[in-house]
Design a protein around this ligand. Structure first.
Ligand SMILES: Cc1ncc(COP(=O)(O)O)c(C=O)c1O
Length: 399
């Protein structure tokens, strides 16, 4: 079996992740930050170490600015709902995942003004188009750092500079890049950063959150939920400090034990090394897919249907400008048919369809059927890429 669905959830996890979770369940188990006895203190320590690891990865000075939640969707909703008010203007791109687009469309109905800046058909964003969209009431720019459809990297540092010049907040969705591509909140001028634990951060599902930077006015920030935090229990009002202000209710401490181990693995390996490996695999995959000649049955079918023959590879065709995710289609076949053949006949697991990002597919011209997506990780090899290329070649040639 070859697992090429890492853009959805990474698997396998590195050594230490499962062990940290099992240890938590067998030896710790108590509620972090609540009770003050030794097991509660130990649980609190494990959660704090996960906070420290995430902070180190993103070059965040104060780990208490890392708010944990269940995934990046929660982190993004927290940032958008926490800041945007009716009458505010927000700018985003046409490569966003629905975890950004759906909250923004809902906020639009409540009176927030929204501009969606069009990206190129390869999935890239021109920072000048963001600057041109700024209005007097613009408050925030929110961007997907790496596209989950074609892997294109959006220009975070350039947009960050523009945001600082115009005194705007920059919120990044790092679902596809955290742990796989270098991120530095200081150098990139990121004010808010949503992250999810179960992809390249190598943690389990049910972990993620939001970094809230010092340019965010906490006095005006609205938490998504209010409740018990284990701190300031004499108050009937929500604490006004991070992370407690945004972390009501018991945390997924067992998951955070795993996330801490996953992020420590990334830190030990170094993101630059992970990135180098993934870039090499991507270059091999893109070149291999582009080189597949179209012969036989599929060519006959596709020329009858008027579609391009062979394989169409989307995105910029440049491994240095994208994550380890690539989308393609085989002429004459639905993405779902290709995905089924890859799974059933070749044991290659990938994702097909719209990948929760309909606007991104409209941008690259693959709406509504979508694409076949290969999402690679640090744990994939060049041999696996070769096997997958052979499989796609056979499918193109009629199986
Ligand atoms: C770019 C992007 N944003 C957001 C998400 C949502 O992630 P989660 O389901 O972990 O909240 C994903 C997941 O695929 C994604 O790829």
């Amino acid at each position: 079996m070859i697992y090429f669905d890492n853009a959805a959830t990474s698997w396998p996890k590195p050594p230490g992740v499962t062990e940290a979770m099992v240890r938590f369940m067998e030896e710790v188990g108590a509620n972090p930050g609540r009770s003050g006895h030794r097991l509660s203190v130990e649980a609190g320590r494990i959660v704090y170490e996960a906070r420290e690891a995430v902070a180190e990865l993103f070059n965040v000075e104060d780990p208490l600015r890392i708010v944990f939640g269940y995934n990046v969707t929660e982190g993004l909703n927290l940032a958008l709902r926490g800041i945007l008010q009716p009458g505010d203007h927000v700018i985003t791109s046409s490569m966003e995942h629905n975890s950004v687009m759906r909250p923004l469309r809902a906020l639009e109905r409540e009176g927030v003004e929204l501009t969606v800046v069009a990206c190129s058909a390869e999935g890239f964003l021109d920072p000048a188009h963001v600057e041109a969209a700024i209005r007097p009431n613009t408050v925030m720019v929110v961007l997907n750092h790496g596209s989950n459809v074609v892997g294109s990297l959006l220009p975070v540092a350039e947009v960050g500079r523009i945001c600082r010049q115009h005194d705007l907040l920059l919120l990044m969705d790092t679902a596809q890049t955290a742990g796989a591509y270098p991120i530095d909140v200081e150098a990139d001028h990121i004010d808010l950063l949503g992250f999810t634990g179960h992809k390249a951060l190598c943690g389990p599902m049910g972990t993620g959150g939001l970094y809230i930077g010092p340019r965010v006015d906490l006095e005006r920030f609205e938490p998504l939920k209010r409740g018990g935090t284990g701190s300031r229990s004499e108050l009937e009002e929500q604490p006004d400090f991070l992370p407690d202000m945004c972390e009501s209710g018991t945390l997924n401490a067992v998951g955070l034990a795993g996330l801490g181990a996953g992020v420590r693995f990334v830190l030990e390996q170094r993101v630059e090394k992970i990135r180098r490996h993934e870039e090499e695999l991507m270059a091999q995959l893109i070149e291999g897919l582009k080189a597949i000649p179209s012969t036989g049955l599929r060519r006959a079918q596709s020329s009858r249907s008027g579609r391009r023959s062979g394989v169409t590879v989307y995105g910029g065709h440049d491994a240095t400008r994208q994550t380890a995710t690539v989308s393609f289609n085989v002429a004459g076949l639905e993405p779902s048919e290709v995905g089924l053949q890859l799974d059933e006949e070749y044991g290659i697991l990938c994702r097909v369809g719209l990948h929760c990002a309909p606007l991104a597919h409209k941008t690259i011209g693959t709406f509504p059927t979508g694409t076949v997506r290969f999402g690679l990780s640090y744990f994939n090899s060049g041999e696996e890429v070769e096997v997958a290329l052979r499989a796609v070649r056979e499918i193109v040639n009629g199986g």
